[in-house]
Every structure is written in C-alpha cells, then in structure tokens.
Design a protein around this ligand. Structure first.
Ligand code: F6P
Length: 469
C-alpha cells in the first residue's frame, strides 16, 4: 500500500470508506482533473469537512486516482490508499458487490446461486487483506482516543481489526445497505458469517439507516453468536435525510433550467411524466418498473399518448457480468415498450443512461409521479430528494422495502416491489390524484425527507460514538 502525504499526521476524527470524496480523471494533456465522488454516502459524509483535524481514508479507484497517489497529488484531509488493483478488484467486485450486496438485498436466484467454493475463498482472502489495509492506515493516523467512523459493507471486518490494533479508539460502523434477515444471512458459510458479525462488533457502535435493518443485524448476532454477542456494542439508528438547502439552490441554476426545457420538448405538451432516477443495479428493480408501466398502457389505453416514463438509469459496477446483463435488460424492455406503443410523435419511454446530475434535477422538478420501487434499499435518497425540489407537486410511488418508507410511507403510494399489477395500479392512482391532495402530500413528504439533514446525521453519529452512548 502506498499513500498520499498531504494529510494530518494524527487525526481526531477519521472516516473510512471505499469511495472517497474526490476522484481523479486523467486528461489528454497528462494532467489530472479532480471530481467530486458520487453516491449517497459521499453526500452524507461531506460534513466531515467542518471538523478540525479530520481525515477521510478511502481507496484509489481508477487509473487517475492511482496516478494521483504516485505523484503525491491530493486534497488536504483525504488519504487515498493505493491498494493492489487485483486485491481491490476481488474485494470490491468479488465479495462486496457480488456476495454481500446480494445477501443484504436478497438478490440470489436459486438454483444457480449462491455457490461458495474455492474461488469464493480466494476472493475472501482479498477482502480480508483490503480491510486490513484500511485498519492499518487508520491505526497509524488516529490520535489517542480518536473517533473513527467506518462505512459500509466493503469494510465490515475493519472495525474488529482496528480494535485489536488500537483498543484506545472510539470506533463506529455505519451500514448504508439493508441488513439481511437471519435465515438469508445464514446462506453464507458459518465461519464467514461469524467473521462478518464479529468484524462489525469490533465497533463500539454499529449504526443503520432504519430500525428494521438494526433489528435484523441484532437478530443475526444473537442467533449466530449467542445471547451475549451484543454486550460490547451499541446499536444505533440514524436515518439520513435530503440536503434541502443544497438541492434547492442547485436545482435552480441555469444548467438545470436548460435541461428542463429540453426534457419538456422530448416529453411533449400536456403529457404527464413518470420519473425514476437510479444507478442501474439489480436491487433498484428497474425492469419490473418498466413492466408495470407497460401493464398500465395495456390495461388502461386511455393513458396512451398522454404519459411518458422518463427513466434515468446510470450504469454502475460494469466490471461484473450480472450488472452488465441487467443494464442490457433495462434497455431491451424499454425498446420493446417503445416498439409496441410508440407513435410518430410519442415515445412512451425516454431512457437516459449517461449520468448527468443537472438533468436528474430537471426531471425531479417536472415529475408528476416518482417511481421508486426497489426490491430492498438501505434508504433511497431519490425518494427524499424529489419532493424537496418538485415544482408543482409529485406523487411518490414507493416500495415498502425501501428504508425511506419508514419515514415517508404515510404520504406515498406504497407498493410491493414484486407486484407488477399492483405497481401499475399505483401508477394509475398517482396519475389521477386530485391536485390538492398531491400538493399536500408533497409538502409533508418534503418535511419528513429533510428532518435529518446530512450534516446533522454525521454529527449525531460522531457525538454518539465519542460519548459511548
Ligand atoms: O447503498 C450503499 C452504497 O455504498 C451507497 O452509499 C452508494 O451510493 C452506493 O452503494 C455506491 O455503490 P458503488 O460505490 O459500488 O458505486
């Protein structure tokens, strides 16, 4: 492992995550462009910037990042670890995104999956090594008694490893995913399941986005490790909210207005827009969302020519075949719907796959209906962001399996994510909801969605970890 030098020697507050706040993209002239890292985790953790003597430890992800580490280019307060690319590949793609992601989002499909064989064991060794690199870097850089907040399923073993190296530290772990129900969690080989739980229990405080995920974790600990398993670790629940101030300001800049005009043109006059914005990834359930829209057009022909499904599905984790195949399936079903129902001046599905934050905000503002139907989701910030920036009110069709449902369920239209007909019915109900009702619901959704802004979410965790409560 090699690392940057532009960081404090000893930090009082440390955050550790796979993806960092910044990423470097090589330019044609040999230079490096710094870009803000993506994902919900980064928005939540950005509040660390206001802490003195803070350090964010993350991985170098692509060639640009590795080059930055080699050249000693870096942001103050960010330590990028240049972990061997093969180790990173096996830990991130092989274990984190193929096994742990699938376990916590209930994505395995019997009879072909899962298979825990020698190849899995080889990747597991890489996952251990990856976690060890983080634990060692954190142990080196933490001041006496410092607080360390370790993030997510990529780093489930790091808290336990760090505890052994530095018993003086206050360690927190935060899971941004759901936690699997015990019977599903125990698909994992027993020794691996035990290692994962003990890894997290190395933290003073293991935190989750909702009570439901926290309870599932506690259940796994007690059923797998015994009644006393939780004696040294507190379990916390901190539901991350949307950043209203940032979103409202950003959504009213000229680049968003431009994209709104372009989208309106594409949608066509007097048509309703059903909007979804996701990373293209199996848990988001984009294909069933498209099938529900198709069923709406089939069973209620009055909507033909009068509605458009605006689906932004930004490819992610494309190193893995299963994610690539899912991305292709989304494109295929969208094309089928357009071929079956499209007319000379109506494209039923507008699918965009190139990530463009300004265009996402434009779609948020003009959406009549937001479709958020994940199979399972730790929280889902899109469900919280849309009501905050909506221009004219928007009906939220929301999966009961999204963490956000705990806070937004009352004013959303709830769906079972597997129930395509139920989702089609909810879309119809959303499209026909009276204006007054839609406006009232949007207002209440926005209030609930912003109740715990990212900066407070971060500080609450930090305070609790430091206080040992
Ligand atoms: O949901 C967990 C999470 O870590 C999010 O915080 C983040 O947006 C997403 O997964 C990112 O995944 P990846 O880093 O693989 O693109």
């Amino acid at each position: 492992v090699s690392e940057h030098t532009a960081v404090p020697a000893r930090a009082q507050v440390l955050v550790a995550s796979n993806r960092g706040p910044i990423t470097y993209v090589p330019r044609d002239d040999g230079g490096l462009d710094a870009r803000r890292g993506g994902g919900g985790l980064v928005s939540g953790l950005s509040a660390i910037g206001s802490e003195a003597q803070a350090l964010w430890v993350c991985s170098a992800l692509g060639e640009g990042d590795r080059e930055a580490v080699r050249r000693g280019v870096g942001e103050p307060g960010v330590l990028m670890l240049d972990i061997d690319p093969d180790i990173h590949f096996d830990a991130y793609n092989g274990i984190a995104n193929s096994v742990l992601w699938f376990i916590h989002h209930l994505l395995y499909q019997t009879p072909l999956e899962p298979v825990f064989d020698a190849e899995f064991r080889r990747q597991w060794a890489a996952y251990e090594s990856y976690n060890r690199s983080f634990a060692e870097a954190l142990a080196d850089r933490a001041a006496d008694g410092a607080a360390v907040l370790v993030q997510d399923y990529h780093l489930a073993l790091a808290p336990g490893m760090l505890r052994e190296l530095r018993p003086d530290l206050r360690i927190g772990h935060f899971s941004h995913t759901p936690w699997a129900p015990v019977d599903y969690f125990r698909l994992l080989p027993d020794d691996i399941a035990g290692q994962l739980l003990r890894g997290l229990l190395g933290a003073d405080r293991a935190c989750f986005l909702t009570r439901r995920w926290a309870d599932a974790f506690a259940d796994c600990c007690v059923r797998t490790l015994g009644e006393d398993a939780l004696s040294g670790t507190r379990i916390g629940v901190h539901g991350l909210g949307a950043d209203a101030e940032f979103l409202r300001e950003r959504a009213h800049r000229p680049d968003v207005a431009e994209r709104m005009a372009a989208l309106r043109e594409q949608i066509g006059p007097d048509r309703r827009a059903i909007v979804r914005v996701d990373r293209t990834e199996l848990s988001k359930n984009i294909v069933r969302g498209l099938l529900a829209y198709r069923e709406l057009l089939r069973s209620r022909p009055e909507w033909r020519e009068r509605v458009v499904h605006v689906a932004f599905a930004y490819p992610s984790r494309q190193d893995l075949a299963v994610y690539r195949e899912y991305t292709a399936a989304v494109g295929r079903v969208a094309e089928e719907i357009n071929a079956e129902y499209g007319t000379a001046d109506w494209t039923p599905v507008i699918l965009h796959v190139k990530d463009d934050f300004a265009r996402s905000l434009a779609a948020y503002r003009l959406a009549d209906v937001a479709l958020v139907n994940p199979i399972r989701d730790g929280m889902n910030l899109v469900a919280k962001e849309i009501p905050v920036v909506s221009d004219d009110g928007c009906v939220l069709v929301l999966s009961r399996e999204a963490g956000a449902h705990e806070e937004l369920g009352e004013d959303a239209l709830t769906v079972n994510p597997y129930d395509v007909t139920g989702t089609a019915d909810a879309l119809h109900r959303a499209l026909t909801m009276p204006y007054e009702e839609r406006a009232g619901r949007t207002q209440r959704l926005a209030a609930a969605a912003t109740a715990l802004p990212p900066a407070r979410w971060f500080l609450d965790q930090l305070t609790a970890v430091r206080a040992g409560v």
